[in-house]
Ligand binder design. Structure first.
Ligand code: GCO
Length: 444
């Protein structure tokens, strides 16, 4: 048997997000978020499910920390719900909301696990949405204020912060296609909301640095690797447009203090309004970049393919196939994505902050799942990550998505990404085969 080796201090972790696991959507003073509102809309979520209860993590937090301890991870990435801290988005702090995260952080530290907080995993306060949400420039300031509350209360113990998770999804799926909250279908809002999220990120980095909070701050972006369907110029150009809207549209302003000219020209009147000085704020140096990678696509030019004029199909390899959500499995796409940042963006310190597989889980009568598809998926992506390290990529850690099966947004509870099966009828967690396998990987 051959082993691949990771650096001794490589960070092994798992990730979750507030709305997907916490439940307790209106308890202890929590305010309404855009996902609380959106999930109640008819036809928004497959089979009409909501995150009202989810994995009930809010009430089972100690049990989940015990699972993390058994798993042996060094680090746990979770998100805080803005509406638990500031129910109306601004103004009065809700002490019970803060207390929950306080207890979570303390419980993690007690068992030697590093807490990593992501400040925004899509659950904007509804009160802020009612004031224009990410289309309103002021939301950037409100976000930085919310961040400050958390830095003030948890900053003595939490040493790694991410501002945003996947602003691409918030903008494209939340404001463009309307598949995600707040359910807006208006492409002209997509780019303005990207700009305002990036601005909020920059302003938050400023708050963090100016007040000398200890520790590190970064951002988490999602990427899909893509290759052209043919050698035709049109397919090659379409593939570049596809990659640009994931990579350069975000990474250029963050790392190069400019938006990609070609993309901006393509957007025409949909290009965002940018004020002088914005790009300077957006490009404040960060300590790390989080990369979320799941899948890759083959891209072809298509005159009817929306304003970017492309059509995609899942990219995979013979024998690999697709995950349960029909994402093509293409581990090399992870290596390629990491190398893009090494080559074009100065090889920043990176973490794979999400990578995971919705496998065709089939529990036995005790609820145990022998999820070899998930194990193979993770193994292949770890090999791809390790290959990138060998090529000089500054990759420092890997977080599997996710610790638990959870609320998969518009798809509801059907796709299961967890290392632990959740029985949604009674909340019971049952570690899957992949849990034990990952435990072995970490300890060896
Ligand atoms: C995302 C989010 C997660 C998802 C996971 C699986 O990448 O969409 O960060 O919340 O649940 O990626 O789709």
């Amino acid at each position: 048997m051959s082993f691949i080796k990771f650096p001794q201090d490589f960070t092994w972790g798992v990730a979750t997000s507030a709305y997907q696991i916490e439940g307790a959507w209106n308890e202890d003073g929590k305010g309404e978020s855009i996902w609380d509102r959106f999930s109640r809309q008819k036809y928004a979520i497959r089979s009409g499910e909501t995150g009202d209860v989810a994995c009930d993590h809010y009430h089972r937090m100690e049990e989940d920390v015990a699972l993390l301890k058994t798993l042996g991870v060094k680090s746990y990435r979770f998100s805080t719900a803005w509406t638990r801290i500031l129910p109306e988005g601004t103004g009065e702090i809700n002490p019970k909301g803060l207390d929950f995260y306080n207890r979570l952080v303390n419980a993690l530290l007690t068992v030697g696990i590093e807490p990593v907080i992501c400040l925004y995993h899509w659950d904007l306060p509804q009160a802020i949405q009612d004031r224009g949400g990410w289309n309103n420039r002021q939301t950037a300031d409100w976000f930085a204020e919310y961040a400050r509350v958390l830095f003030d209360h948890l900053g003595d113990r939490v040493k790694r912060w991410a501002t945003f998770n996947e602003p691409w999804c918030t903008s494209f799926l939340g404001h463009g296609t309307g598949q995600f909250a707040p359910g807006i279908c208006d492409f002209s809002e997509v780019y303005q909301s990207i700009h305002h999220q990036l601005l909020a990120h920059g302003k938050t980095v400023d708050v963090f640095r100016q007040n000398n909070y200890p520790g590190e701050i970064g951002i988490i972006l999602n990427f899909e690797y893509a290759t052209p369907a043919s050698d035709s110029e049109a397919d090659i150009a379409a593939t570049k447009r596809y990659i640009d809207q994931y990579v350069s549209l975000f990474a250029d302003p963050l790392f190069k203090s400019s938006y990609p000219q070609e993309t901006m020209a393509f957007l025409g009147c949909m290009a965002p309004e940018i004020q002088s000085g914005d790009l300077e704020v957006i490009s404040r140096p960060i300590d790390f970049l989080g990369i979320n990678y799941y899948t890759s696509f083959v891209v072809a030019y298509d005159p009817n393919g929306g304003h970017f004029k492309f059509r995609t199909s899942p990219k995979t390899l013979p024998m690999w196939g697709h995950t349960e959500v029909n994402w093509g499995i293409y581990p090399m796409g992870l290596t390629e994505t990491l190398i893009t940042f090494q080559k074009n963006y100065g090889n920043p310190r990176m973490y794979v902050t999400e990578n995971g597989c919705a496998a065709m889980d089939e529990p036995d009568e005790k609820g145990f799942v022998e999820d070899y598809q998930r194990i193979n998926y993770i193994r292949a992506h770890l090999i791809a990550a390790q290959k990138a390290i060998q090529m000089g990529v500054n990759l420092q850690g890997y977080y599997y998505w996710s610790l638990l099966d959870n609320f998969e947004w518009a798809e509801g509870y059907r796709p299961r990404f967890g290392l632990c099966r959740v029985n949604y009828e009674n909340g019971m967690r049952i570690p899957k085969k992949s849990f034990h396998w990952y435990q072995d990987v970490i300890s060896n």
